[in-house]
Structure formats: C-alpha cells, structure tokens
Design a binder for this molecule. Structure first.
Ligand SMILES: Nc1ncnc2c1ncn2[C@@H]1O[C@H](COP(=O)(O)OP(=O)(O)OP(=O)(O)O)[C@@H](O)[C@H]1O
Ligand SMILES: [Mg+2]
Length: 224
C-alpha cells in the first residue's frame, strides 16, 4: 500500500531579503504517520520552514503540497484544519482571556458545542497539569506554562499532522516526559509530526527520522 504524503516540497525557495534566498531548492517529502525531527544551528531556517509548511509564509518559488493538495489552492484555514502548529514563541499565539478559553478557542470557531469544548478542555488541562491555571490570563503565565497551553490548544483541534517549534523549550524534565508520552500516543494513532528542536535527547526519543538543516538546506536526512 502506498504511504500517504503529509507534506511535500518541490524545489522550494524562500527569501526574507530578495534576492538572497534563505531556503534554497528544498525538496522534502514527509509521509503521514512519520515522526520527524528537524535539527540545526540558530538561523539555519528551521522556524522559517515551519512557517512555510503551515502556509503562514509564502514561498518565493517552488511548490508545497499539504496532504496532496497544492498550497496555493488552499486557504490558510484549510491547512490549519489538518496541520496543528505551535510557534517557537508561545506569545505569538496566545489570544484568549483565560487558559481554559485559549484551549477551547479553535473549537469555538469550529462550531463545536459548549459541552464538547468543556470536555476537551478538561481533558487537556488535566493531561498537561494546568487545571489550577484554567482561569489565569495566558500572557501572565511562566514560559513553560505558556508552552503547555499552546500545545494543549493545538491538540484540542485533533490535527492530522503536528509541527511543533521547540516544544521542550521552557519545559521542566517532568513536563518533557508528559509531552513525550502524549506524542507517543499520537504516533500510535498514526498522526505524523515535525518536531523542530535543539533538544537532541527529546528529538531522538520521539522521532524516527532526523533532518539536519544548515544554511537553508537539508544537509542530512536519515532514519534512526
Ligand atoms: N521576519 C524576518 N525578517 C527578516 N529576517 C528574518 C525574519 N525571520 C527570520 N529571519 C532570519 O532568517 C534566518 C533564519 O531564521 P529562523 O528563525 O528560521 O532560524 P532557526 O533555524 O529557526 O533558528 P533558531 O534555532 O534560533 O530558532 C535568520 O538569519 C533570521 O535572522
Ligand atoms: Mg527557530
């Protein structure tokens, strides 16, 4: 049986400062169900690639396919329905007035019932040990707490594929174990993921494929 392609780029170029490309001729295929870690030095272009794959940034040229559909034919909201994304900086996606509302925010705009939203929020608050913070203003949380809230909010939407940018940044050891357990269970359900990380231990224990990015190019791509 052919494996479904979750993400594919064909000869993708991107530049913040034309004409100098940051991402050059990038060809990458990630199959659904694969857990891939994207590693590389500061400034290599990892977060930029994450923003391109979620449609937030537009490539200068080349093609991007999300579950077989070309990006330019897809509105951002369609990509967001399939790909759950957490920014490297959690402040970039906190927008509700309480943690509980933050977790249910996307569901509210997916027209889910209040009962469904309450049940999902409760489960995720419990899973990430943030029940006691449910009524706190998200921007007042500690860095690691913010990280857990944005990951919980992303998972609430039950995406088919996850892109998490530095998901362990700010998390203590116990919370990294909890996150790894959650990701392991999603992998068992066939959910694919791209984990952008500087945490090599986390990357190697949660991914089966490693991509190394240097100066806008994938310099190594191997299975563990
Ligand atoms: N909005 C922007 N405008 C101009 N240049 C940018 C912008 N965002 C990022 N860059 C530049 O693009 C390069 C790649 O940035 P990016 O954030 O993708 O790197 P990264 O691999 O994620 O690094 P890190 O490991 O520090 O998170 C950097 O040199 C950065 O300064
Ligand atoms: Mg980055």
């Amino acid at each position: 049986m052919n494996k479904e392609t979750a993400i594919e780029t064909r000869n993708l170029f991107f530049s913040y400062r034309p004409p100098c490309p940051l991402i050059e001729a990038l060809n990458l295929t990630v199959f659904q169900g694969e857990a891939v870690a994207l590693l590389g030095p500061n400034g290599a272009g990892k977060s930029t690639l994450g923003l391109l794959l979620t449609g937030i940034l537009k490539p200068s040229s080349g093609q991007l396919f999300v579950f077989g559909e070309e990006r330019r034919d897809l509105p951002l909201c369609r990509i967001a329905q399939r790909i759950g994304y957490c920014f490297q900086n959690p402040d970039h996606q906190l927008l509700a007035v309480s943690v509980e509302e933050e977790i249910g925010f996307g569901l509210k705009y997916s027209f889910r019932t209040p009962e469904y939203i309450a049940a999902v929020s409760k489960k995720l608050l419990n899973l990430f040990e943030i029940e006691h913070l449910s009524q706190v203003f998200p921007l007042h949380l500690s860095w690691g707490e913010k990280r857990r809230v944005v990951i919980a909010a992303c998972l609430a939407l039950e995406p088919d594929f996850l892109i998490l940018d530095e998901p362990t940044n700010g998390l203590d050891e116990k919370q990294i174990v909890i996150l790894s357990r959650v990701l392991g269970s999603l992998r068992e359900q066939g959910i694919g993921m791209l984990l952008i990380s500087h945490d090599h231990r986390f990357a190697h224990s949660n991914a089966e494929r490693i991509l190394l990015m240097e100066e806008g190019k994938i310099s190594r791509d191997y299975y563990l």
